[in-house]
Design a binder for this molecule. Structure first.
Ligand SMILES: [Zn+2]
Length: 343
């Protein structure tokens, strides 16, 4: 069954102009495609009895990440506007041109949306999506929650995170990431081109979350994403409810440029078939074999030793690798949370 959807140009989409105690699905139009169809963002809006705070929650910035998209729809359905103060603005699928192809990058321009923020009003579709979001949607938010996953080719430990910032924005981000309720909270020095860096430019607090991925949308991951959104809504005072206020066992902050770059760690030394020897969140010692690269004739082409001691945060699950594809990211944390970080 299709829902009743209201179509609005992105530059005319203002939450403050919408009624209180109001729920509506929107098509937020950015541009026209060559066949006359819309380049657009789907949006769901639930407004409470008072203007209050606005949580902007987005999914599928990468087109092969599904958990956030469904979680946002389910949360929209369950929200009761007469029990809300403030608003929920959900964009279930940020990257439609990648989503339809079940790909990480856009099918038309092959760009990674999470590398091009704040985008360009005159560029290719991915750049236009980024620009419309940065220019018109993000400035309306009090907090951004961007839900990712391991996608088609990787599995990742369930976590929430943020780019480290000074002052009030940094304090809110840390609290909101803890409130999300993941077992691991990870603050990093940050990288440009992300929704989080766009929010940073605008001085808006922003967090992200990772669901397992592995080319799937598991019921358990969906529930974790939904509970995380509820917790962050409660943290902002938009809905009533308890949320975690104390840090989890692993609250890891790694200042410095590029510290959150998962796709740069442990590149495969050669092309072939990756056979992992570890699973996500396993503890590994420095030098321990993470996996082998095999030739289709069975030959072991290479062993991949861990560059450091820590826990496997991110692991290749699509076996076919090209030389240079990352096979794992090992997070330098102690085996037991109370111990010092390994050198
Ligand atoms: Zn992603």
């Amino acid at each position: 069954m299709m829902h009743d959807v209201q179509s609005t140009a992105v530059d005319r989409f203002h939450l403050d102009d919408l009624p209180l105690e109001f729920k509506q699905r929107f098509e937020v139009v950015i541009d026209c495609l060559p066949d006359g169809q819309h380049l657009a963002l789907p949006a769901v809006v639930a407004r409470g009895t008072q203007p209050g705070k606005i949580l902007l929650c987005v999914g599928a910035v990468h087109g092969d990440e599904y958990e956030g998209a469904i979680a946002i729809q389910d949360i929209y359905e369950e929200l009761q506007t007469d029990a809300m103060q403030g608003s929920f603005l959900g964009i279930p699928v940020m990257n439609g041109p990648a989503f339809v192809g079940a790909l990480r990058e856009g099918v038309w321009d092959h760009l990674n949306l999470a590398r091009v923020f704040p985008g360009s009003a005159t560029g290719s579709p991915t750049l236009r999506i980024a620009h419309a979001f940065h220019q018109h949607l993000l400035p309306q938010a009090d907090l951004l929650l961007d839900i990712h996953s391991g996608g088609n080719a990787y599995a990742i430990q369930h976590l929430s995170g943020y780019q480290l910032r000074e002052g009030e924005v940094g304090r809110i981000q840390r609290q909101a990431a803890i409130a999300f309720g993941a077992d691991v909270v990870w603050g990093t020095g940050g990288l440009p081109g992300r929704t989080l860096s766009s929010a940073g430019q605008l001085g808006i607090p922003a967090i992200y979350a990772e669901m397992r991925g592995e080319g799937r949308c598991r019921a358990g991951d969906l529930e974790r994403a939904k509970q995380g959104i509820r917790n962050v809504l409660a943290y902002l005072g938009i809905i009533e409810g308890a949320y975690p206020a104390a840090p989890p066992s692993y609250l890891v902050e790694m200042p410095g440029p590029g510290t959150g770059h998962l796709q740069a760690d442990h590149p495969s030394p050669t092309s072939g078939i990756f056979v992992p020897a570890v699973d996500v969140w396993d503890w590994v010692e420095a030098g321990q074999i993470i996996g082998q690269i095999r030739h289709p004739d069975g030959t072991v082409l290479a062993q991949v030793p861990s560059a450091r001691s820590g826990r496997v945060l991110f692991l290749r699950t699509l076996p076919r690798v090209f030389a240079g594809d990352t096979v794992a990211f090992v997070l330098p944390v102690p085996k037991h949370p109370a111990e010092p970080v390994p050198g």
